[in-house]
Design a protein. Structure first.
Length: 455
């Protein structure tokens, strides 16, 4: 198979290092022979950013009070300014939190819900966020409503389903207070029309809460133009920042709603209290001051954002990186699907994989064959999907020195592939061979513990 985007995949850094294996071996810290096809879950960062992070950690150990009380706040402001510039967001609207799940919790736990208020979310919500919604409905008067579907669906359908569900709630006497939706879904890895959904929220008088866990570094973002009510995105997934670091954006109009951090910090402003902060007095807004120090943890990853952005600029900049990763994901998935004689998860308009660094390929595993193996091994049929998925994940690590994120979705098994600057089409060819070998072993029943290995 020949790529239709050879130019997009023939990229070098400004120093002449070729994207793919050459960049991987020069800049990254992977174990020799390990092929990281699952960048989307935990990200990865280069040696230069590791050294930068350790420099901040060393400075903190050398003079703890000096660094934490006086130097760290200045460095944090520099990091906030750099990410704000990237996202076109005013400095006073962006702070850092450990991860996107924390950001979603911050929004839902700070809002005040009244009887009749609803939280609307979509079928592909991240699992921990759905459980957060469940917790909120258990502990407050809030109720939840879910838009159910299975991909592939069209963007138009998704926006129409949102409008329809909001009206259904209103006809029943309720009110959708807030809607949660992704930029790019985690599982399966597909792009969401978050721009249109944000606009639809405005039209319906619904607060928009965007889970952009897979946003920054993967899709183009302009937060001023998007104008969401709340936006959170991991920097440690696609921006080459150390774990864990996420940006939390709240426009000035909504900052009064976010009264407390998690945990409640020294920056909290009680309505009636004379408690004095032990830290130097600040002229910053209550929102930014509250998030400046939320307890003693290692926040060195936050401070690495400027260095990560500078490193990415050395690769050619954000547009070059996005184009390479998105093209590699799309072309790589097409190659894998052709080799496996299956298909890529996509809708008719091609919007799921367009502008996205993730792609999903159906695996050639027959469900009825897997169920027959399960019955012979005394495994409950309803456990087959997860059991095969989990076996494939572990065997990929143990026998093939990789990890390929897989899922049982829509009555089929799928592999989610990540496009990244340290991968190339040769890695995708290798992924195709590896997935083919693993699938043969599944169909031989090896995952049940009773089948023989198929070579």
């Amino acid at each position: 198979m020949t790529s239709s985007n050879n130019t997009a995949l023939d990229k070098q850094t400004k120093d002449g290092v070729k994207f793919g294996k050459e960049l991987r071996e020069k800049e990254f810290m992977f174990q020799e022979g390990y092929v990281n096809l699952n960048h989307g879950s935990f990200g990865a960062y280069p040696k230069t950013i590791r050294d930068k992070m350790r420099g901040f950690q060393d400075a903190c150990e050398a003079r703890p009070d000096s660094f934490i009380r006086y130097e760290y706040p200045k460095l944090l402001d520099e990091a906030r300014a750099s990410i704000g510039k990237l996202l076109n967001a005013p400095l006073d609207t962006v702070v850092f939190v450990p991860n996107a799940t924390t950001g979603i919790n911050l929004v839902l736990r700070n809002l005040t819900f009244q009887p009749g208020d609803y939280i609307l979310y979509f079928a592909t919500i991240y699992g921990a966020c759905e459980k957060t919604v469940s917790y909120i409905t258990e502990t407050t008067p809030a109720e939840a409503v879910k838009i159910a579907y299975t991909y592939p669906v069209e963007d138009d359908w998704l926006v129409e389903a949102f409008d329809s569900k909001v009206k259904d709630v209103e006809r029943a006497g309720g009110k959708v207070k807030i809607a949660i939706f992704d930029t790019v879904v985690s599982m399966p890895g597909v792009r969401v029309p978050f721009e249109r959904l944000t606009a639809a929220c405005k039209d319906a008088g619904v607060l928009s809460c965007i889970d952009g866990a897979h946003g920054v570094g993967q899709v183009e973002l302009d937060l001023r133009a998007l104008d969401a009510d709340f936006f959170v995105s991991n920097c440690h997934k696609w921006l080459h920042v150390p774990r864990g670091c996420a940006i939390f954006y709240v426009p000035l109009r909504n900052q009064h709603l976010m009264r407390s951090t998690l945990p409640t910090s020294h920056g909290f402003m009680p309505l009636r209290s004379t408690i004095v902060s032990p830290f130097p007095k600040s002229s910053k807004t209550p929102f930014t001051q509250a998030f400046e120090f939320t307890g003693t943890v290692d926040n060195a990853p936050y401070l690495c954002v400027p260095a990560a952005l500078a490193w990415r600029e050395g690769l050619g900049g954000e547009d070059v990186i996005r184009m390479y990763c998105q093209t590699l994901a799309r072309e790589g998935a097409a190659l894998v699907a052709e080799e496996l004689r299956t298909e890529v998860l996509e809708n008719e308009t091609g919007s799921l994989g367009g502008g996205c660094c993730l792609a999903n390929v159906r695996l050639p595993i027959a469900v009825d064959v897997a169920e027959q193996h399960a019955a012979g091994a005394g495994i409950d049929g309803c456990d087959v999907g997860a059991a095969v998925r989990d076996w494939m994940s572990k065997i990929a690590i143990d026998d093939y020195c990789t990890f390929i994120q897989s899922m049982f979705y829509g009555d089929a098994w799928w592999a989610r592939l990540s496009g990244q600057v340290y991968l190339d089409m040769e890695d995708m060819k290798w992924a195709a061979r590896t997935l083919g070998a693993i699938c043969k072993r599944v169909e031989a029943g090896e995952w049940t513990g009773t089948g023989k290995r198929s070579e």
